[in-house]
Design a protein around this ligand. Structure first.
Ligand SMILES: CC(C)CCC[C@@H](C)[C@H]1CC[C@H]2[C@@H]3CC=C4C[C@@H](O)CC[C@]4(C)[C@H]3CC[C@]12C
Length: 184
């Protein structure tokens, strides 16, 4: 049976054109909606990054004898030296490579005020409870993380924080120094 012939009239051509135009509009609207969504999404993503991302902090190595410091992050620390606001909490994240094996790791913190080291007891001294999987292996990368509150009773001063992580034999897996400013 022969296929029914389509009759192409001027009217049906006109209709087809109208339909194509309408379709184009729908496509455009969808595209615009997608762009809007993209803009919102990207803005949200960037603000989230700005709010939550840690900033690499300039630090001095004070003798990491049995380790190599890769990066030091403090959260939040948008400007350096880090401003520590009383009543807020701050997290430090030290990425380092261990050059030795060690069953234990112990963190020791000092505040250097006018060059004099003042011991600062931290609630969790055990590095193996601060993000590190013990025993520590040789040539392995680790992330030491700790969070501390800045109490209102601290004085508003500028000082240098010295943070060490010691191995079984009391040698430093890392020793870092960075300036901070305590502000009200
Ligand atoms: C960047 C983040 C993770 C570090 C947070 C550690 C802060 C809160 C610690 C590290 C060393 C600490 C200081 C060490 C020594 C002293 C001297 C003491 O007479 C008053 C408190 C003061 C001034 C401490 C305030 C808190 C301090 C600055």
């Amino acid at each position: 049976m022969p296929a029914p012939k389509r009759v192409v009239t001027a009217a049906s051509k006109q209709e087809a054109k109208q339909l194509a135009r309408k379709n184009l509009w729908i496509v455009r609207e969808v595209q615009i909606a997608a762009m809007d969504f993209h803009a919102v999404y990207i803005t949200c993503l960037f603000s989230l990054i700005a709010l939550t991302c840690a900033e690499p902090v300039k630090f001095a190595d004070c003798g990491s004898a049995v380790g190599k410091v890769v990066i030091v992050d403090i959260k939040p620390c948008p400007t350096q030296p880090c401003q520590l606001h009383k009543g807020q909490s701050y997290a430090v994240n030290v990425t380092f490579n261990s050059l030795v094996e060690s069953k234990t790791s112990t963190a020791i913190v000092h505040g250097l005020i006018a060059g004099i080291p003042i011991p600062f007891p931290i609630p969790i001294e055990d590095g193996c409870k601060s993000g590190i999987v013990c025993p520590i292996q040789k040539e392995q990368s680790y992330n030491y993380v700790n969070q501390l509150p800045v109490k209102t009773e601290y004085p508003s001063i500028k000082l240098i924080v010295e943070w060490e992580l010691r191995d079984d034999t009391s040698k430093d897996l890392f020793c870092i120094k960075f300036p901070v400013q305590i502000v009200s």
